[in-house]
Each structure stands twice: as C-alpha cells, then as structure tokens.
Design a protein around this ligand. Structure first.
Ligand code: HQG
Length: 182
C-alpha cells in the first residue's frame, strides 16, 4: 500500500494533471504532458514541495498507475480521467471485449436507466474489465452497483473505444439499451 504522503501527492497530481494545472500556473501541451522540471518547480513554489525522487516513487508505486513519464523522462501526464477539454491523449481506437463493467452508486441508477451513461465532467465514460474494479469505482460515491455494458455490440454499432495506458476503457455516452442492470 502507498504511504499516506504518497497518496496525498497522487491526489495533488490528479488535480493538476487532469483538471486544473493553472492552480499552480502550469501549462499542459495538447496531449496532456507537463514538463517535469517545471512541475516540480511550480508545485514547490505553490506550497506542495515536490522532488524528482518523490515524483518517481509516487509514479512507480501508484496503485492504478495513474501517471506516466514520457520515454525520455522529461515529461509526465495522467493516463486517464481528464476533465480538461483541451487535452487529447491521442489514444488509438481499440476493439473492446464483449462485456465491460461500470461501477456506479445506487442513487444514480434511476437516472442512468433514463438517460444511459454520460461522461459527466470528464471527457469519457470509464469502464473496467472486471467486476471487482467496477465495485471499487462505484463505492467512491455510495452503495456500489455494477452495470454490465455490452461493449462488443456498442462497438459493432460504430462507437469508438480507447484503452488508456493503465488499462481503463474509455468511450462516449452509453445508450440504455447497451446496459445490463442487476
Ligand atoms: C455517474 C476513478 C446519473 C457515473 C475511477 C459516476 C475511474 C450518472 C458519476 C475514473 C449518469 C461520474 C472515473 C447519469 C453516469 N445519471 N449519474 N445519466 N451517467 N453517471 O468520477 O466512472 O481513481 O466522473 O456512474 O476508477 O466514477 O480517479 O466517473 O458514478 O476510472 O484514477 O456519474 O475515476 O479513477 O463520476 O470514475 P466520475 P467514474 P481514479
């Protein structure tokens, strides 16, 4: 398990690299990359002291591998979860398995039955390959409910899917008829 200090740093990096880099005056490029030296400098100057060693440890030990360095190590980005519209991860379209899972909270189910799954504030609807992961995702917001998504059928209907570098499946809105409710 990650150290509490690492968990705090991971949350901070999620905020900065997915949602609001301007909080510390940082700019991401169009593919979501931040310059590592600039990130360390600006985080430190804005009250979250961060060294390269700590950053490397947080990235390596992260339970969901949320962040990735560029090959040359000079840049870093979040692998999924962005709300920033300006970021395009340029992930290749991928063919999903027949069934994927979406974890949600019981209080959202009536609304999902009405309007299907929507990306909400993020760029994509997030889907998992296994029920256990979906259960944990849903538990973040209340009593978890796992929905079965007929991803293969949806893909056959022309919907685009992507797989993030850390194994999360990403797609657009999912219409009700492709969702299996428990
Ligand atoms: C729900 C975490 C009402 C949806 C996770 C979800 C994931 C609806 C919530 C990643 C709805 C949005 C994303 C509708 C969808 N009516 N509610 N029509 N359609 N919803 O956090 O999927 O740990 O934006 O079910 O593991 O929960 O941050 O999405 O409950 O991969 O790396 O609206 O975040 O990853 O919530 O989570 P979110 P999510 P990290």
């Amino acid at each position: 398990p990650a150290k509490p200090a690492h968990e705090r740093t991971s949350r901070f990096l999620s905020l900065i690299l997915r949602h609001s880099p301007d909080t510390i005056g940082l700019a991401l490029d169009r593919n979501g990359w931040a310059d590592v030296a600039e990130l360390l400098d600006k985080a430190t100057r804005h009250g979250t002291p961060l060294t390269l060693d700590t950053l490397r440890e947080v990235v390596a030990s992260n339970d969901k591998q949320r962040f990735a360095f560029s090959e040359d190590g000079t840049r870093i980005r979040a692998s999924q979860g962005h709300s920033l519209r300006s970021v395009d991860l340029e992930l290749a379209p991928a063919v999903p398995p027949a069934v994927l899972y979406h974890g949600t909270a019981s209080r959202f189910v009536a609304s999902i039955r009405q309007s299907g799954l929507r990306p909400g504030s993020r760029q994509h609807v997030h889907l998992s390959t296994d029920r256990e992961t979906a259960l944990r995702v849903g538990a973040r917001y209340g009593v978890p409910v796992v929905l079965e998504i007929r991803a293969g059928e949806l893909h056959a209907h022309g919907q685009v899917f992507h797989r993030s570098d850390n194994g999360v499946w990403l797609t657009g809105a999912v219409p009700v008829r492709f969702i299996g409710f428990e």
